[in-house]
Design a protein around this ligand. Structure first.
Ligand code: GYE
Length: 326
């Protein structure tokens, strides 16, 4: 089917020449591999890099499959372009890791009209019609946030007032929405908890370092850092050091981070991070299994969540850190 669409694509390209810049015709493969178009968010974090690696490693080397990945550099518009290109190329399957939840109705309807099945991976999409996609495989981000606040409840006596600095990821992404929701609802329930500020770190180390450095010039009264991913935490740690603020076990600021990558777990083991909430990026094999079920006509659940937990300095060993795959 792909060869036929590649010919169509060539005709379309000749038809619009200069006006259609950016469209790339992938070479039709000699075999009739099952072609998957994958629109990835970007490469903003170690989590994302591990996720990309898991996807490519799973399909690479399997002659039955061909995975075409497009990196959206964290822009939803780039995802729309990628998806439309996949449709034009006549791929057999599409996987989308959506940047943000909103705004997907039109493009998902276009995919459906083209008769291509879609898996939404990692974050979710907010569409009225759930039939627009086959399944959503990802994390329970609210559960992750709740693990973090439960830990904080166990750490903070109810008569102690605390100021929480909240570093937020890409606004509108499920991981941001749900992790924020868990914190905000917990703060609403605890009169002694206060969010002193919400800073936008876009899930990147560089952005977090920049906003934290600026913030710490005027504000040093922080008891807890609630950072919505590890890379922002690393940026914040650097800013704390430069501002002379101590953190981790025995320090001024308790640090809560999400993802639990190997580097963050090492900091946690070494007492520099207090809590790592796990978010597993290794979706490749699970996605492949779902696609295989789909191809055999087997039923597929609408939502697939992965099991995740949280780690403290006391609960992890060096062996555990070393064995971390991401
Ligand atoms: O926590 C962060 C990444 O959506 C789960 O995106 C993902 C988040 C992850 O950039 O590191």
């Amino acid at each position: 089917m792909r060869r036929f669409f590649s010919i169509l694509l060539c005709i379309a390209m000749i038809g619009c020449m200069a006006g259609c810049s950016g469209i790339r015709a992938t070479e039709p493969s000699d075999n009739e591999a099952f072609v998957i178009g994958f629109s990835q968010v970007g490469s903003e974090s170690d989590w994302r890099v591990a996720n990309t690696r898991s996807m490519t490693a799973t399909f690479e080397g399997d002659p039955e499959y061909e995975l075409i990945m497009e990196n959206a550099r964290q822009q939803q518009e780039n995802q729309f372009t990628a998806v439309r290109k996949f449709i034009l190329e006549g791929v057999d399957f599409i996987i989308i890791a959506p940047t943000v939840e909103e705004g997907w109705d039109t493009v998902l309807a276009e995919i459906k009209d083209a008769g291509i099945p879609v898996i939404i991976m990692d974050r979710s999409v907010a569409v009225e019609n759930e039939d627009l996609y086959l399944t959503n495989i990802g994390s329970d981000f609210l559960h992750q946030g709740n693990l973090a606040v439960e830990w904080l409840e166990s750490e903070i006596p109810s008569d102690k007032n605390i100021k929480i600095l909240h570093l937020q990821g890409t606004i509108g992404a499920t991981a941001q929405i749900q992790r924020t929701r868990a914190l905000e609802s917990a703060v609403a329930k605890h009169a002694n908890w206060e969010i002193s500020s919400q800073l936008y770190g876009d899930f990147t180390e560089a952005k977090a370092y920049e906003v934290m450095t600026e913030y710490l010039k005027e504000n040093k009264d922080i008891d807890v850092l609630y950072s919505e991913n590890d890379n922002m935490t690393f940026g914040a740690m650097r800013a704390f050091e430069e501002a002379g603020i101590t953190y981790g076990n025995g320090g001024q600021v308790k640090i809560i981070t999400f993802d639990a990558t190997r580097e963050a777990l090492q900091y946690c083991h070494d007492g520099k991070i207090n809590l790592c909430v796990e978010c597993n990026p290794l979706f490749g094999p699970r996605v492949k299994e779902l696609i295989e079920k789909y191809r055999k006509g087997e039923p597929i659940p609408k939502h697939v969540y992965v099991d995740e937990s949280a780690y403290t300095t006391q609960s992890i060993t060096q062996d555990f850190v070393d064995s971390r795959e991401y």
